[in-house]
Design a protein around this ligand. Structure first.
Ligand code: SF4
Length: 350
């Protein structure tokens, strides 16, 4: 009898799978005691055991470097708590809220900005807390969009998601429901026709935003999972995190953006790494991110251009962080830089 491969959750699983070494066990136990560990079979298969710098391993395999927390790093790097009026809701921007249904994920990313809040031990929203969260959304007519996040909402059953979508569909002023997930790539088999149907809410637009950081994540089965969503009329966008040693070179980043567009997933955000504790070995400089964005522009189709953003530490929201192609000369005339780095004048308004 064939036994289905299981998600790797313990250091003994990782050692058995050839992903970590027994001699590193003591340090990695300290990491695992602080930050959740899980690698799905679909992602474990993508890790090249022979490459000590494998980009998949850097994203998912715990590393002793995570034990080093820098002074500027913080437990809540994007300031969710400061904007949480009721349990499970983050209301940072006027017209949209985050609704965190679960703190569980299919896979635990080593750079996660919510790593202090997520994991299998974190309590899910209770029915009473969910009532409170939906009551808050219903009582605020300015809320046009609800972003289901977490954790990863697509680890929930189709039945549970259907119930939540039906309750959101009953709130007239909510027009758009956006689902943030890694599941289409991390565990593509979960994107069943039943789950896809559950994500459709009568009279509302559902978007699914896929988190993917390397083209290798978009395997044939992951592409089929995305196709099931898109073919059902659910538009897809992507968010990626700029990560040192994972995607911080123009070829790798460009290949990711092209792979996404080929899957009918429009690149939306490229996030600069957040100041999450124990993640400095995965962060790049902002200047590096801007250079990479310059390398994408012109060389790759406009469809492949995400917006490079930083979530300002402390809860001040996201801002685009360039690069900037507009400057002014001494006479106040605009200078626009083209994709080859050449400057061109544009006259002032008459
Ligand atoms: S899937 Fe998202 S919330 Fe979960 S560990 Fe990865 S980045 Fe964090």
């Amino acid at each position: 009898m064939n036994v289905a491969p299981k998600t790797l959750r313990y250091l003994s699983d990782l050692e058995e799978a050839g992903l970590t070494l027994a001699e590193k066990r003591a340090a990695l136990e300290k990491v695992a005691a602080q930050y959740a560990v899980a690698i799905t079979p679909a992602l474990a298969e993508l890790i090249d055991r022979a490459d000590p710098n494998d980009p998949m391993a850097r994203q998912f395999v715990p590393d002793a470097a995570e034990l080093k927390t820098r002074p500027e790093e913080r437990a809540d790097p994007i300031g969710d708590d400061a904007h949480s009026p009721v349990e499970g809701v983050v209301h940072r921007y006027p017209d949209r809220v985050l609704l965190k249904l679960t703190h569980v994920c299919a896979v635990y990313c080593r750079f996660c900005f919510r790593r202090e809040m997520i994991g299998p031990a974190a309590a899910p929203l209770t029915p009473k807390q969910l009532d409170g969260a939906l009551g808050y959304i219903a009582a605020h007519p300015e809320i046009w969009e609800v972003v289901l996040t977490g954790g990863d909402p697509l680890v929930l059953s189709a039945r549970r998601l259907k119930q939540v979508m039906a309750r959101l569909a009953a709130i007239a002023h909510v027009k758009v429901i956006r689902v943030h997930s890694r599941v289409p790539a991390a565990d593509p088999a979960r994107i069943t026709p039943e789950l896809v149907r559950a994500l459709k809410a009568k009279g509302k637009a559902t978007y699914v935003v896929l988190h993917a950081n390397h083209a290798r994540e978009l395997t044939e089965v992951a592409r089929q999972a995305c196709a099931r969503l898109v073919d059902a009329g659910i538009p897809m966008l992507s968010q990626s995190v700029l990560l040192a040693g994972v995607n911080d070179d123009p070829q790798t980043l460009g290949a990711l953006m092209r792979a996404l567009v080929e899957c009918r997933v429009k690149p939306y955000y490229l996030h600069h790494g957040d100041l999450a504790p124990g993640t400095s070995h995965l962060r790049t400089s902002i200047e590096r991110g801007q250079d990479l964005m310059r390398a994408l522009r012109g060389r790759l189709s406009g469809l492949c251009q995400p917006t490079y953003v930083l979530d300002i530490p402390g809860g001040h929201g996201k801002s685009p962080i360039g690069p900037n192609y507009l400057s002014r000369d001494e006479s106040g005339c605009a200078r626009i830089e083209d994709f080859n780095g050449k400057l061109h004048r544009y006259p002032p308004a008459p």
